[in-house]
Ligand binder design. Sequence first.
Ligand code: IMP
Ligand code: MG
Length: 182
Amino acid sequence: MTERITDQAMKVLLSREQISRRVSELGLEIAKDYRGRTPHLVGILKGAWVFMADLIRQIDIDVTVDFLGITSYGAGVQSSGEVKITKDLDVSIEGRDVLIVEDILDTGHTFKFLQEVLSVHQPRSLRLVALLDKASRRVVPVRADYVGFEIPDVFVVGYGLDFNQQYRQLPDVCVLRSRSSV
Ligand code: IMP
Ligand code: MG
């Protein structure tokens, strides 16, 4: 029989309440910084869509949204440094205040790739909001303009983040442990 999610040992790193409070704060900060403009939020699929759905509802100024699909990892946990576009943007970002919405900033390879491919299209500005930041893992010297939480070097799942495409639906950000380690 297939192992169910409830069979796995999960340790909650960030609870849904903590996430919700921080996302509200980020929304307020973003609305304040972009007041008088209409930022164009570009969510990076698939990891960022849960965060993006909550975040836009906490930004009380006009925004537009689009999604960019990429694969940065294969089926495992290590960074390959190779990023491939699987779904392109639907509308032009030329002259727009683009805010990239990412689930997690890890080695920095993905964000550097995004900066390079998006800046070619001449946005007015290009910033990044990342829910999570594993700053200690950085290989490429990039930083997010807005960070939800800085976290240690652990592999996390839930709230949109996956391991082998699983666990995206967990409401909390959790550290996945094998049952043998509990
Ligand atoms: P970077 O290119 O190493 O910065 O990787 C960023 C991407 O790696 C994120 O958008 C995630 O898709 C993935 N990633 C990095 N760390 C984790 C993690 O702990 N859990 C799930 N995905 C992760
Ligand atoms: Mg991702």
